[in-house]
Ligand binder design. Structure first.
Ligand SMILES: Cc1cc2nc3c(=O)[nH]c(=O)nc-3n(C[C@H](O)[C@H](O)[C@H](O)COP(=O)(O)O)c2cc1C
Length: 201
């Protein structure tokens, strides 16, 4: 096997992309054994996990899931149950981590406060649990203190602050992200042109 030095693979089972579309009952209209019941809708995700675990080892595999998020019309009528079923099923494979996106990332709810919804999944999952979605420094520290997750992932703040860990450590001010350059196709503008702390000093 070709080795390119990565530590592992995060399976993207979130945000309305293909794997997520199988899981969600508002978009999966299949009538074969990949559609219909919860077990059927989650089958492909677990088959993918199993295949990758068999190829590279469970300690190198993580998965990102967003049961509550309804991007690209991929919503579910019972996200608590989907999330819980997935984490319990994932326990069988002893993967390195499960990365869950907060319910507040649902379209139109981005700025709401943290909710308790992920807690049953956090408790049911046997390995490392990562949370993401709408966190800042304070909120992230609080999540770790309260044992709501083992890790917090940051998206927009990291994009706008290439030295985010240093800024968090120092309690330094953050660059504000510019929404207008999100999802654009210039390789630099909005992606690699935000200043480091020492450039702004
Ligand atoms: C420019 C940009 C591109 C993104 N691309 C993806 C993507 O391709 N797939 C994905 O699942 N999430 C993507 N996200 C979402 C982030 O991974 C993250 O879940 C989201 O920003 C919420 O976390 P935050 O509140 O810390 O930003 C993107 C976000 C931004 C700002």
């Amino acid at each position: 096997m070709l080795s390119i030095g990565f530590d592992g693979v995060e399976i993207h089972g979130a945000h309305g992309f293909l794997i997520d579309q199988f899981m969600k009952d508002q978009v999966n209209d299949r009538t074969d054994h990949y559609g219909g019941s919860l077990e059927n809708r989650c089958r492909i995700s677990l088959e993918i996990v199993e295949a990758i675990v068999n190829e590279i080892g469970s300690d190198k595999v993580g998965i990102r899931l967003s049961p509550y998020v309804n991007y690209m019309e991929s919503g579910d009528s019972d996200p608590d149950t989907v999330g819980l079923y997935m984490v319990k099923s994932l326990n069988k494979y002893s993967i390195a981590y499960c990365h869950m996106v907060e319910p507040r990332m649902k379209i139109g709810e981005e700025n709401t406060k943290f909710s308790e919804s992920l807690q049953p999944m956090r408790k049911a999952f046997n390995n490392t649990f990562m949370v993401a979605g709408g966190y800042d420094r304070e909120d992230g520290n609080k999540a770790i203190e309260e044992n709501r997750g083992d890790f917090v992932a940051y998206g927009r703040l990291f994009l706008a602050n290439p030295d985010l860990p240093t800024r968090f450590e120092l309690g330094a001010p953050l660059n504000e992200y510019n929404r207008e350059t999100f999802y654009t196709h210039d390789p630099v503008v909005g992606y690699t042109d935000y200043p480091f702390l020492e450039d702004t000093a």
